[in-house]
Design a protein around this ligand. Sequence first.
Ligand code: LCS
Length: 400
Amino acid sequence: MSDTHDADMKQWGFETKAIHGSGGPDPQTGAVSQPIFQTSTFAFRSAEAGAGIFAGEEEGYVYTRIGNPTVRALEKTVTLLEGGEEGIAFASGMAATSAVILALCDAGQNLVLCEPVYGGTHSLAEAVLPRLGIEARMVDALDLEVVRDSIDENTSLIWIETPANPTLKIVDIAAIAEIAAERGVPMAVDNTFATPYYQRPLELGASIVIHSCTKYISGHGDVVAGIVVCDNETGEKIRHESLTDLGGCLGPMDAFLLIRGLKTLPVRMEQHSRNGALIADWLASHPKIERVDYPGREDHPQHEIAARQMSGYGGMVTFYIKGGRADGAKFLNNLKICTLAVSLGDADTLIEHPASMTHSTYSAEELVKFGITENLIRISVGLEHMDDIVADLEQALAAI
Ligand code: LCS
């Protein structure tokens, strides 16, 4: 796929890129909104043209698993927002994650995985990769020496997730990228929590960015999707191996919904951040709350790193209630507006208990080691009126 952005588009402000990044009105019909090319296959002009496309000598669409104009419009927009060369959309964030790892790691090689990460990524590393002969080395990325020492001649990828799900631990992207560059190892960053609006890892030295688009990029809780953004060469390899050979492609309708979601990403993120910061402060002053972790608060252990690499902090807040598991369950069961559900980044406020839900793939020892304690609750603060979220949390806390 060679339809790259022109120099003018790269100069636009973020909001303009988010709205016009797919290339503007449809050249054939003038449709301003992105047309949904709901087709599985594409007719060739002639037998010769079809053969030329297959041989890579001619541009053109073949089959939606490999490429589709609506999906391409999404890929172009996110690539522009992240400042990369190529984007490849997938049927889920996990499909994007596994695509990167499988394209870069061979049997006998290892992946340095900075913990904690989303439970699905952890499970892939611990349960699936070893069967393929790929070792996942779980490290604490706050200790740069540990990261450096865990890299050897068989390391083919370093993976970080920042802010991390669910503890909101912040990893220094530029510092790890420097180590990765010294050792000649590519580094991937899961940028799902921050979004390109608040953090652009490629500008900080990362080689690859992945997103679960299911979250803030969609913003409305109605799509499951993922995307990888990287350089052209890596992108071609990932597209070929993961879409052509493995097949986890995104459908055109979902791509359309994501293009629509992206247009409002900046305004949504501003409001998520305002609400997130207010809720974090409110929780921190509540007598039934032991601790609050929000990267924007000065008492966050890595606030200084967050302030350096992020331009805002979003709506994810992690807090630790006083008491045990039963108290936490009582609190969650009493909520009325905040919805007890996994996922995040929606207009709706979503709240969950990571130790028994999103991170239940971690062993009991790992949960303790990575700070995912029984009293940790994760809230994805939505776009509702702040007073209503506060009142809901207040009455549910009063129940314990
Ligand atoms: N990366 C991060 C940081 C995530 O939070 C998730 C999903 C994924 C990747 C995988 O993306 P998916 O395949 O679901 O699109 N996180 C979830 C969560 O915290 N609750 O439900 C899913």
